[in-house]
Design a protein around this ligand. Structure first.
Ligand code: ADP
Length: 625
């Protein structure tokens, strides 16, 4: 019992917080209008019920035609007016509901980008985000919270009106002389009996309605194939991702079969199961409501028979009690829905409450003398969050102004990780990094990032225009963009585009967007780094996707690209590191050698010598073949 109470309390807190969010997104007038609209919709039928009662009473009392006509006109006119108001309010409500959903999505996305990289990448945050995306596809969530809450209020208003309307029944006294059982119909016990039966039937309806709602939600959430469906749609059915392999290896029959058994069949089974729940519980509540309706008719009819009230009141009381039952059942349904929706809202609130763990300083970038830049790693060790092995072990390294440093080593030896630490995507577990002698954590992170132009190995471009991609902004200096494209070697290709810098890349948003080869993408990524013009340049495997001519172009332009700036150059191709002033060799997270190309080659026992010879041999074999 206590647990149930705590669960209820927690759910109410989630519902209230969700309403708070809606209030933030749409302003409090939305909740007000929503509630008014729902209330109007719920109580409007009472006008018809009440006026129909009046018309019948007037007819049975032989009132003049003009009186009856007045009632009919009042009923029709008020119904028309309330209908018109409701339609427009509903239009407003649905528009706002939609905007609430998108505002919420935007807030969730902003949160994702506002978290520090390490936290956003951690498996716990990724899992939470995955769950949110998965459940958001079901179409529930925040948008319906306001609707359900408004419906509860509207139905509560309906219950109050119904109770006021039927309360007159208790005061009607018989006007005929009665005998036997009919005398009982004129006692307060008779009315009390009807009240007890009504409460009983309503409780049963509420109970079964809630059970149906809960079972429906549980069944809905038991289907785990929604992410799978998305994966099929986004990856396997996507031309650029798997289209080639699917065709070459004729994977379509396999995909169809898998889709059928793993996605469509479970969904169909689930839909059937949920319809069955509604049919079963709908039948039970239908029976209860019909039994109650019949009972009310008999009671009200008997009372009318005793002369306590006329035929018009029979219609009015019956209509009011029927509405009372429906409103109670609707409240149960809405509350059941709200509670069933709580786990999802809880996840979203939990996600929105996440904060960055990264220490953010206050120092500004202009405190750093970029003409005398000096970075230093002081005994830095690092392991990725939620993993065991140390990826960097006790790294001590100084990178001085104007130095062009090459970093080489086997795959997985920690080269890229070192750059990630330098850019503070992660903080070291041990040791620290300084720029011009100041701990990098003392700088405001956005300010600190101004120092860097980095091209990561796994860089990504956006499906926007070339200009926007290079400048990372809608507004840009066209001449500067062209200059950067020239330096990165992408100038001629972009010149060919029909829309020049305005040309969209990829076909995600624009049907005439251009698709680029890996090498062309890499050149644009280099141009983006050049446009940023950071004082410290990092190129992580910048030529991996380039053809030999483009690669040699980049090498020959390296000094032009980097100029007198301090630069780190990570590459597998040792021949491409020769133009760097110093080379450091990484192995299993440690710096095992450093020096110039010539110095390192003079150490035949060293790793560099082995790597160099392995590559030289490979190239020799290739060229002699
Ligand atoms: P390199 O650039 O030398 O190829 P990396 O710095 O990319 O090597 O990777 C070093 C090690 O860190 C590898 O063992 C890799 O698997 C691991 N690693 C890289 N990124 C992550 C990550 N996000 N989470 C956990 N481990 C990672």
């Amino acid at each position: 019992m206590k647990e149930k109470f705590i669960a209820l309390k927690n759910d109410i807190s989630v519902i209230l917080k969700s309403l708070g969010l809606i209030n933030d997104y749409l302003g409090n007038h939305y909740l007000l209008i929503n509630t008014v609209q729902m209330t109007l919709r719920t109580v409007a039928p009472y006008i018809t019920v009440y006026c129909t009662g009046l018309v019948i009473t007037a007819l049975t009392q032989g009132k003049e035609f003009s009186v009856i006509l007045r009632y009919v006109l009042i009923a029709s006119f008020s119904t028309l007016i309330s209908d018109l108001i409701m339609r427009w309010m509903n239009f407003y409500r649905l528009t706002m509901l939609n905007s609430c959903y998108y505002k919420h999505c935007a807030v969730l996305s902003r949160k994702a980008l506002s978290l520090d990289y390490a936290k956003a990448e951690s498996s716990s945050v990724q899992t939470l985000r995955g769950k949110i995306e998965e459940t958001a596809n079901h179409g529930d969530g925040i948008a319906w919270v306001a609707d359900m809450a408004a419906q509860i209020i509207a139905n509560a208003a309906s219950i109050v009106i119904a109770i006021i309307m039927v309360s007159g029944m208790a005061f009607g006294r018989a006007t005929k002389s009665l005998s036997g059982a009919m005398k009982f119909a004129d006692t307060p016990y008779f009315t009390a009996l009807l009240a007890v039966i009504t409460v009983l039937c309503i409780s049963l309806t509420v109970k079964y309605q809630s059970i149906a709602e809960k079972k429906n939600f549980k069944s809905y959430n038991s289907v785990k194939c929604w992410p799978l469906k998305e994966h099929y749609d986004k990856k396997y059915l996507n031309e650029t991702d798997c289209g080639k392999d699917v065709r070459i290896y004729n994977e379509a029959p396999l995909l169809n079969e898998e889709l059928k058994t793993k996605v469509y069949e479970p969904i169909t089974r689930n839909v059937k199961e949920r319809f069955k729940i509604w049919a079963t519980y709908g039948s039970v509540t239908g029976i209860i409501s019909n039994v109650l309706g019949g009972t009310v008719y008999i009671f009200v009819g008997l009372k009318a028979f005793t002369g306590a009230f006329g035929a018009g009141k029979v219609v009015e009381y019956y209509g009011a009690i029927t509405k009372l039952i429906n409103s109670c059942s609707d409240i149960a349904g809405c509350f059941g829905y709200l509670r069933a929706n709580c786990p999802q809202m809880k996840q979203e609130l939990e996600y929105l409450a996440l904060t960055s763990d990264m220490e953010n300083g206050t120092r500004k970038a202009d405190e750093i003398d970029t003409d005398n830049l000096e970075f230093e790693f002081h005994n830095v060790s690092f392991r990725y969050p939620e993993t065991e092995p140390l990826v960097l072990k006790n790294i001590s390294l100084k990178i001085t102004q104007g130095e062009h440093l090459a970093v080489v080593g086997m795959n997985g030896s920690g080269k890229s990780t070192m750059i990630k630490l330098l850019a503070r995507l992660y903080d070291p577990n041990e040791g620290y990094i300084t720029v011009n002698g100041i701990d990098i954590r003392e700088f405001d992170y956005t300010e600190y990032l101004k120092l860097f132009s980095i091209v990561f190995q796994d860089f990504k471009l956006l499906a926007f225009s070339v200009g926007e991609n290079i400048a990372c902004s809608e507004e840009y200096d066209e001449q500067k963009v062209w200059n950067c494209l020239k330096m990165s070697g992408a100038y001629d290709r972009v010149k060919e585009f029909p829309n020049g810098l305005k040309q969209s890349i990829y076909k995600l948003y624009e049907k005439d967007g251009v698709d680029l080869s890996g090498g062309e993408e890499q050149k644009l990524a280099i141009a983006r780094a050049l446009y940023k013009d950071g004082a410290f340049v990092v190129l992580d495997e910048p030529t991996a996707a380039l053809d030999p001519i483009a690669e040699s172009e980049i090498y020959s332009k390296f000094n032009e690209i980097v100029g007198s700036k301090t630069a780190v150059y990570i590459s597998h191709r040792l021949s491409s590191c020769r133009f760097c002033s110093r080379i450091i060799v990484f192995d299993k997270g440690e710096i095992i050698q450093q020096g110039t190309h010539e110095e390192l080659l003079a150490q035949p026992d060293g790793k560099y010598y082995k790597l160099w010879n392995a590559q030289a041999q490979y190239y020799n074999e290739k060229t002699t073949a």
